[in-house]
Design a protein around this ligand. Structure first.
Ligand code: UD1
Length: 417
């Protein structure tokens, strides 16, 4: 079992280029199967969730190979339409393959994703969108069987702006004759990323980034090349790390506008944040103050994925900060582990109150989920002594080289078997 050994108390200084985006690349990899051809996905991060996507693509009959930082996917000979339960369980967001398989094969079978570490993960919005496009979906014994002789364009009104459902609807609509209109679409940058890739393959997707997305489908698509954008949540994590530890960092990758809610909170806490284009620079004395309530919300609101990292940054702040989690109900599971380091965080339902303590002390902690795990590392970086972080498979789902990146910034952190 691997563990991270984090020796706290160092300032973080230096420059980093941020890895490719997990949430950006996963729908792009699913989208490769909408065409029959060769796709090149550049700046593809090497992550457990990417490995899980590769396993699904191979099971479906696609060929994949790495060329440097590019993953090449040849979907020409895809000959299957079902994903076995074991592969579905590797990654909850594999449900995103549903719309893509349906668009390509006219049928799809996969197991229901069920709950995950963040709580129940319903897919009712995904299924309603696919049904509206003409798919017949049977749910039996934890398995979903979808069939559609022909998919037909439709006007879809999503009851909530689900990221995954918007992606699934766009992918399926690529196989539907006519123009599909998706109202109340998610506005996350990852939707615009999917749109860019699909259009590079010859699709006609418009409006991503706004609430109304149109897809004119059933065109013959060809292979395409796409460069994965930088991961805004990884960048937010490292900004929060430097904020909490104190330091002076300059991170390159993400369009700074995409992180405005996070950088605004860090500035309110007392950090100096400067940004221009793809650079964000942050200076922090390490002595932060509490901020006004943080309420997670769909983009462009405060990202739920950055909530644990900001919480970790404020563990030693002066005063109390309220966090209201509006997206996932189980998003405070890391709090019990933070308490082992001496943090004072009280949780009641969707609300957590962080009261700053004078000091944190190193201890053994276990990752509970991807972003919660990252928060434990951030807390360890601020703690006196050594923090041992275990169950790293959670962190490895989304961070390509967390310990190398933090070491580059001057942290003392080492992975041991
Ligand atoms: C994506 C991200 C995840 C991020 C989340 C919110 C990926 C791979 N994952 O997850 O990191 O935290 O967006 O920004 O991109 N819901 C329903 N019914 C549905 C679908 C969703 O009730 O059919 C609810 C969910 O339970 C949740 C909320 O809608 O409360 C948002 O979920 P959604 O936007 O779908 O998140 P994901 O796409 O799963």
């Amino acid at each position: 079992m691997q563990e991270l050994f984090v020796e706290g108390g160092r300032r973080l200084c230096g420059e980093l280029t941020i890895q490719g985006s997990k949430n950006g690349v996963l729908p792009v990899l699913a989208a490769t199967i909408v065409c029959a051809g060769e796709c090149r996905v550049e700046n593809c991060p090497r992550l457990r969730d990417v490995d899980a996507s590769i396993a699904i693509l191979r099971h479906l009959g696609c060929c994949t190979r790495w060329e440097g930082d590019a993953l090449v996917v040849d979907t020409t000979h895809m000959d299957r339409a079902e994903v076995p339960d074991a592969l579905m369980r590797e990654m909850r967001s594999s449900v995103i393959f549903l719309g893509a398989i349906l668009a390509r094969q006219g049928e799809a079978a996969l197991s229901y994703p069920g709950g995950c570490e963040l709580g129940p993960r319903p897919i009712d919005v995904h299924l309603a969108a696919l049904r509206a496009l003409g798919a017949e979906i049977e749910e039996r014994g934890g398995t979903l069987r979808c069939r559609s002789k022909v998919l037909t364009a439709a006007e879809l009104v999503l009851p909530l702006p689900s990221v995954g459902a918007t992606e699934n609807a766009i992918l399926a609509a690529c196989g539907a004759a006519g123009t599909t209109v998706i109202y109340n679409a998610a506005r996350e940058p990852e939707i615009a990323e999917l749109q860019a890739f699909l259009n590079a393959m010859g699709a006609q997707v418009r409006g991503a980034g706004g609430s109304i997305v149109t897809v004119t489908g059933a065109a013959a698509l060809h292979g395409g090349t796409h460069r994965v954008s930088a991961d805004r949540i990884v960048e937010a994590t490292y900004l929060c790390a430097a904020a909490g530890c104190g330091g002076d960092v300059r991170l390159r990758g993400v369009d700074c506008r995409e992180l405005s809610t996070v950088t605004a909170a860090l500035a309110e806490a007392g950090c100096t944040v400067e940004s221009e284009g793809e650079w964000i620079a942050l200076r922090s004395s390490g002595a932060l103050r509490a901020v006004r309530p943080i309420r997670t919300a769909p983009y462009p609101g405060f990202p739920t994925d950055a909530q644990p990292a900001l919480m970790a940054a404020l563990l030693r702040s002066a005063g109390s900060t309220v966090f209201v989690e509006n997206i996932f109900e189980n998003r405070f599971r890391h709090v019990d582990e933070l308490a082992r380091l001496g943090a004072d965080v009280r949780v009641a339902g969707r609300v957590a109150v962080v009261s700053g303590v004078a000091a944190l002390r190193g201890a053994g902690v276990k990752c509970t989920d991807l972003r919660g795990g990252a928060a434990l590392v951030l807390a360890g970086l601020q703690a006196e002594g050594v923090t041992r972080v275990s169950l790293l498979e959670h962190i490895d789902r989304g961070y390509e080289r967390m310990e190398q990146d933090l070491t580059t910034l001057g942290a003392s952190i080492e992975r041991r078997a």
